[in-house]
Design a protein around this ligand. Structure first.
Ligand code: GLY
Length: 346
C-alpha cells in the first residue's frame, strides 16, 4: 500500500495521510496515545464497504445517511449531532465517512463542527470521491446553492482501497475519469498521455494515484483557496451550470465543461481544443449538451458567484499543465456554450 502525507506548508501542524492500495491499513484508525472510539457515517449504496470498515474499526456505531445529495441538508446534520450525542462521541474520538462525495462531505462537516471539531477519516467508494471530494478538507452541505455552508477540515486519514475502485459501476467510473483527466490537464501531462494511449482502459491504479497526487499538491499549496487551488475548477464553471440546468451527473457535466473551457482557451491562447474534445470523446464521455437552455446555464453560473459585472472567473489552459485563472467576458462564455451545442436561441 502506498502512503503519503499531504502537508500544508503554511500550517505545519495540518497533515492528512493518504493511503492508496488494496485493503485497509492496520490499524484502521491512526494510532494515538489514548483510547478512543469512532462513529461511521455511510450510505446504503456503500453498505458493503461500510460493513468492512465496521469490522476494521472493531465495532463502531454506524448511521446510514439518505442517498446522494439528500444527505447534505441541515436536517441530516441535526440528526447526526443527536446521534453523536447518544453514541456518545467525545473530543478524542473519530468520525469516519464511507461513501461517495455526498457522504464524505456530510461526515466531514459534522466532524468539523461536532465539539468544535473532531478527527475524521474518509473512505471514498467512488473514483470521483477518491480523486476529488475526499481529498483536501472541503466539507459542506447544500443550502439554497451547492456547498454554501461548510468548513475547511482536513481528514487525518483518507483510505483509498483500489479493490473498491475496481468495482465502481461503469457510468460512475466514467465520471471519475473526467475528474482525473482534469487533474492531468492542469498539472500532469503523463496522466493525459495515459488517457490518450489507453482511453477508458487506462490503468486505474495509476490514474487514481496520479490524480490524487495532483490534488494533494495543489491543496497543499493553497488550502483555503486564496488563489491557486481554484485551478481544480477547470471545466467546472460552465460544467456546473450545465449540471444544475440539465440535471446531468457531475462528472459528465465537467467533461462538457472542459470542452467549453477548451474552446475559450483556444481563442485566447491557441490551446488545441479539438485535440481535447477528441480525448474526452475517446473516453466515452459527453462532449456536447444540445437542448440545454443557455439562459438557465447562465443563471446557474451567476448563482455560483463566479459571474460578476467584470466577467466570469474561469480556469483556462495555455497548454497542458499551464492553467490560468481569467476573467472571461459574456461573448467568450457564449463561444464556449456554442462549442457544446448550447445556442443563443435557448
Ligand atoms: N473540488 C475542488 C477543490 O477541492 O478545491
Amino acid at each position: 500500500m502506498e502512503r503519503f502525507l499531504m502537508t500544508i506548508p503554511a500550517v505545519p501542524e495540518m497533515t492528512s495521510e493518504i493511503w492508496i492500495g488494496r485493503g485497509f491499513p492496520d490499524p484502521f484508525l491512526p494510532e494515538r496515545g489514548y483510547r478512543r472510539t469512532a462513529a461511521i457515517f455511510s450510505q446504503h449504496g456503500a453498505a458493503t464497504v461500510a460493513r468492512r470498515v465496521f469490522d476494521a474499526v472493531g465495532t463502531a456505531p454506524l448511521m446510514y445517511l439518505p442517498d446522494r445529495d439528500e444527505a447534505k441538508t441541515m436536517a441530516v446534520v441535526e440528526k447526526a449531532y443527536q446521534w453523536l450525542a447518544e453514541v456518545p462521541l467525545g473530543r478524542h474520538d473519530t468520525v469516519v465517512g464511507v461513501g461517495g462525495g455526498a457522504a464524505t462531505d456530510l461526515a466531514g462537516f459534522v466532524a468539523a463542527t461536532w465539539l468544535r471539531g473532531v478527527e475524521s477519516v474518509m473512505v471514498p467508494t467512488t473514483i470521483l470521491g477518491a480523486v476529488d471530494a475526499s481529498i483536501g478538507g472541503k466539507t459542506g452541505i447544500n443550502l439554497g446553492g451547492k456547498n454554501l455552508v461548510g468548513a475547511f477540515h482536513l481528514p487525518s486519514r483518507v483510505i483509498v482501497d483500489l479493490d473498491v475502485m475496481d468495482s465502481v459501476p461503469t457510468s460512475l467510473r466514467l465520471e471519475g475519469l473526467a475528474e482525473a483527466l482534469k487533474s492531468g490537464l492542469i498539472a500532469d501531462a503523463a496522466l493525459v498521455e495515459l488517457f490518450e494511449k489507453h482511453g477508458p482502459s487506462a490503468p486505474l491504479d495509476e490514474v487514481v494515484t496520479r490524480s490524487i497526487k495532483v490534488k494533494a499538491e495543489v491543496v497543499g499549496s493553497d488550502f483555503r483557496e486564496d488563489g491557486r487551488r481554484a485551478i481544480l475548477n477547470f471545466g467546472h464553471t460552465i460544467g456546473h451550470g450545465i449540471e444544475m440546468a440539465a440535471g446531468m451527473p457531475h462528472g459528465m457535466a465537467v467533461a462538457v465543461g472542459m470542452v467549453a473551457a477548451g474552446a475559450i482557451s483556444a481563442q485566447r491562447y491557441g490551446f488545441p481544443s479539438q485535440w481535447l474534445t477528441d480525448v474526452i470523446f475517446s473516453l466515452g464521455l459527453p462532449v456536447s449538451a444540445f437542448g440545454v437552455s443557455r439562459g438557465s446555464v447562465l443563471e446557474f453560473i451567476g448563482m455560483d458567484k463566479k459571474r460578476t459585472a467584470e466577467g466570469t472567473r474561469m480556469v483556462l489552459l495555455r497548454a497542458v499543465g499551464d492553467p490560468v485563472i481569467d476573467l472571461v467576458g459574456d461573448e467568450e462564455i457564449d463561444l464556449g456554450l456554442a462549442a457544446v451545442g448550447i445556442g443563443s436561441s435557448g
